[in-house]
Design a protein around this ligand. Structure first.
Ligand code: SF4
Ligand code: SF4
Length: 375
């Protein structure tokens, strides 16, 4: 049985968020795990530098409240580390921290300044034999995962498990997309990564969440809650149900189920967790074509399979919005994006529909369009 602690968290004021963190950590007896001198790593979601109110990043109030909880109890060896989309170096991360509101007293002193990485081997039988991980993760004695609840153009949902993709250094992330281009292999890789990083506790920021074209270009939805669990899969199951979806709508939870990683039961404690109504709007890239819904029940699965074989979602650039920054080209695992005369263009040929380009576009110039699968 896995426990998920729920705390109504109506806003991001320091006292409100701190009270929620206290409730979660008490419910899960987190203090019992910690010893003086332990290296405690906090892993927020800093997809890229974005103001907290945009709903793209873990709100600094959550990070600050967790640091306050730890330091007030004498656990001062804390580091906040993330490898955003883009480069993993001091200059780039300084700008991400600044824009995202992390260079403030109570967080700034704890921000990671080590931009090296190392290798950790995985368990026997995994498809991925080893992962390159940022050094603070490799050196941590205790990991507190601090994701943001968002929809995701490739994986449908971004919560606890997906947040750990940011433990892979910088532009090695597109490389993982290239190595695992199909959704099924990619989400299995995410589960193997999660099993290799093994966060001790996951605390989800769903005070303001993101729906629609997440994880970077969706719309903010106030959902007023934080969730916390020692079991990251249980937390994701609860989070997906909270979004008004079924856990099986989330490909990484299907993969986790096949790998035997899902808990048999998930017990919610604390405040009531009422599924959102209406359910979260999904990204255009993962919406059904409508044919599946129109098919009678017994034909739905085969129709889904045929539609998947014939049609795929591809990125499409709105040239009137594109500012030619080149971030999409930098993050494209297939290196197929060209930026000429300050406008990006991307052919369908060799596109693996990972939507890293859409994720990283700062002006939301990239949308998803269905088209015949490029072979
Ligand atoms: S064009 Fe976009 S969706 Fe296609 S492979 Fe490159 S980053 Fe992925
Ligand atoms: S990231 Fe967006 S704005 Fe920048 S070049 Fe690509 S499409 Fe244009």
């Amino acid at each position: 049985m896995s426990i998920v602690s729920v705390a109504a968290t109506p806003d991001y004021t320091d006292e409100t968020v701190y009270a929620a963190v206290c409730r979660h950590f008490e419910a899960l007896n987190v203090a019992e795990d910690l010893k003086p001198g332990m290296k405690i790593l906090l892993k927020p979601n800093l997809l890229y530098g974005k103001k907290p109110e945009a709903g793209v990043t873990t709100n600094p109030a959550v990070v600050k409240a967790v640091i306050r909880w730890l330091t007030q109890r004498g656990f001062n060896n804390v580091v906040v580390a993330e490898s955003s989309g883009g480069l993993f170096n001091a200059e780039y991360m300084r700008s991400v921290y600044s824009v995202s509101g992390y260079r403030v007293p109570g967080i700034a002193e704890y921000l990671n300044r080590d931009f090296t990485f190392g290798t950790r081997h995985t368990a026997e039988g995994f498809t991925v034999k080893s992962f390159n991980l940022i050094t603070p993760i490799l050196e941590a004695d205790y990991i507190i995962n601090l994701p943001k609840l968002k929809t995701h153009a490739m994986t449908t949902v971004s919560a606890g498990v997906k947040n750990l993709f940011g433990t892979i250094p910088g532009l090695q992330k597109p490389d993982m997309h290239r190595r695992y281009p199909e959704l099924g292999s990619f989400v299995r890789m995410l589960c193997e990564l999660c099993e290799t990083v093994r966060p001790n506790v996951t605390l989800l920021d769903a005070v303001d969440s993101m729906e629609g074209n997440g994880p970077g270009g969706g719309t903010v939805r106030h959902t007023g809650v934080t969730l916390c669990s020692r079991d990251v899969y249980a937390l994701d199951v609860a989070a997906v149900e909270f979004m008004g979806l079924s856990p099986m709508d989330a490909p990484h939870l299907r993969a986790a189920g096949e790998m035997g990683l899902l808990p048999e039961t998930v017990t919610v404690t604390g405040d009531e967790l009422i599924p959102c109504s209406p359910a979260f709007r999904l990204p255009d890239a993962v919406k059904s074509t409508g044919f599946e819904d129109a098919a009678p029940g017994f034909l739905r699965k085969p129709v889904e399979k045929v539609m998947d074989l014939l049609l795929r979602s591809y990125p499409h650039v709105d040239k009137s919005k594109c500012v030619g920054c080149g971030r999409c080209a930098e993050s494209c695992p297939q290196k197929i994006i060209r930026v000429e005369n300050k406008k990006a263009s991307m052919p369908r040929k060799n596109c693996i529909s990972c939507f890293c380009c859409q994720e990283m576009c700062p002006v939301h110039a990239i949308s998803a369009k269905r088209g015949l699968k490029s072979l």
